[in-house]
Write a protein that binds this ligand. Structure first.
Ligand SMILES: Nc1nc2c(ncn2[C@@H]2O[C@H](COP(=O)(O)OP(=O)(O)OP(=O)(O)O)[C@@H](O)[C@H]2O)c(=O)[nH]1
Ligand SMILES: [Mg+2]
Length: 391
């Protein structure tokens, strides 16, 4: 893991009609021939992501999308894909063919950016093809992907929009003072990835260090002894939610306790909704369907907790025949009406915007959305204790 995690990179999405030059402009901005360019309309059929350092901004993900004016069945799917990208986009670039000018579809996109409060810039592309200069306001730039005219200015405008958005978010650092120490409990079982810690653990350690505090990392079976020998009370214990029961039993009642998953839910702004929604667990009935949504696609441990352990724990807890469905990665159903509850991981692989979208999307359909860690703590009867540290 030498790279900045995707979840904390600024996501820059390029949108617009077919042939406006989205892919050409993405290539010009990234300085790489990442996306296929052609005069055929509808060349880009799936979003293309590129992680890179974009100066003057820093680590970003640049996303090229399919044209939004596609017609027919496949066209609709492409439009849907482009719109899904919008759910995680921090800064949008609307690419308009300067020769044709803005169309109804472009105006529709602008309306969507505004409704989602996504900062955007309109790039009139193909400047090399126009004779008379076009007038632009401060939300617009004139560029040519061909001659590279205006490309640097576009990058600067993207960076400026991203900076105005940026708030320094902390996983746990805001709860700590210099000199504090935090004990992190990370099971190393056969589901753990080989030779490394998982991302939320690494990020939490980094955040603790940035707060001038110390981190002590132990496995769950070492916790009791470690606490006995420390000589000083930790400011906080953060555990993997899967071993909540043991860790809670081994942690003195006056030491605050929480989980990585709950910390990330807080970071991603959906702890409040989780605490609000968790009561819904107690009213599950036979035949009710629960959606378990996992942000990452590739990590066995998460898989296991989402698809095996959480369903088992919930069935035992409510003692009802509850049905479970699963999604992972970028997939998240548009229609949630068949689900009584959505249970979601902390979202360490998704960016804050995407998590906010999922939360708003669920609540708009009256489906409570609850974080993994909150569900597990509730089932174990330790939820109150696990959020005390947040005040
Ligand atoms: N003259 C000129 N041609 C350009 C410029 N940018 C793109 N083009 C041409 O416009 C056509 C479409 O470019 P693409 O980058 O594939 O457009 P796109 O928006 O990605 O199109 P789809 O993927 O089909 O939605 C290609 O023939 C490009 O060579 C430009 O700045 N000037
Ligand atoms: Mg394209």
């Amino acid at each position: 893991m030498n790279e900045t995690p995707t979840s904390v990179r600024t996501h820059i999405g390029f949108f617009g009609r077919r042939n406006a030059g989205k892919s050409s402009l993405v290539n010009a901005v990234t300085g790489q021939n990442l996306s296929i360019v052609s005069e055929v309309k509808g060349t880009t059929t799936d979003p293309v992501n590129k992680t890179m350092e974009l100066l003057p901004l820093g680590p970003v993900v640049v996303i090229d999308t399919p044209g939004i004016d596609d017609q027919g069945d496949i066209g609709e799917q492409r439009v849907l894909k482009a719109k899904q990208v919008l759910n995680k986009t921090d800064v949008a670039v609307l690419v308009v063919d300067a020769v044709e000018g803005k169309t109804a579809e472009d105006e529709e996109l602008i309306a969507i950016f505004r409704s989602k409060q996504t900062p955007f810039i309109v790039a009139y592309n193909k400047a090399d093809l126009i004779d008379a200069p076009i007038e632009v306001d401060e939300t617009e730039v004139i560029v040519s992907a061909l001659t590279k005219e205006g490309v640097d200015a576009l990058k600067e405008r993207i960076a400026a929009l991203a900076f105005t958005q940026e708030t320094k978010l902390q996983i746990v650092g805001d709860l700590l003072q210099g000199g504090d120490f935090v004990v992190l409990v990370t099971p190393i079982d056969k589901a753990a990835p080989k030779g490394r810690l998982i991302l939320p653990q690494q990020q939490t350690i980094r955040d603790i260090l940035e707060a001038d505090a110390s981190a002590i990392v132990v496995k769950e079976h070492e916790l009791r002894d470690t606490l006995a020998h420390l000589g000083k009370k930790p400011r906080l214990i953060v555990t993997d939610s899967q071993v909540f029961a043991k860790v809670s039993a081994d942690t003195p009642r006056d030491v605050p306790l929480t989980s990585f998953s709950i910390l990330f839910a807080r970071l991603n702004g959906f702890l409040g909704a989780s605490l609000e929604g968790v009561k819904a667990l107690d009213s599950l009935e036979n035949g009710d369907e629960v959606l378990v949504a996992e942000g990452c696609t590739h990590h066995r441990q998460c898989d296991d907790i989402g698809t095996v352990k959480i369903p088992r724990w919930i069935r035992n807890y409510v003692n009802k025949d509850v049905k479970f469905s699963f999604t992972c990665g970028r997939d998240f159903p548009l229609d949630l009406s068949r689900y009584r509850i959505v249970i979601h991981c902390g979202g360490c692989m998704l960016n804050r915007r995407e998590m906010r979208y999922r939360q708003e999307h669920s609540l708009a359909q009256d489906v409570p959305i609850i974080n993994y860690g909150v569900v597990i703590a509730h089932i174990q009867g330790i939820l109150e204790r696990c959020v005390e540290v947040f005040g």
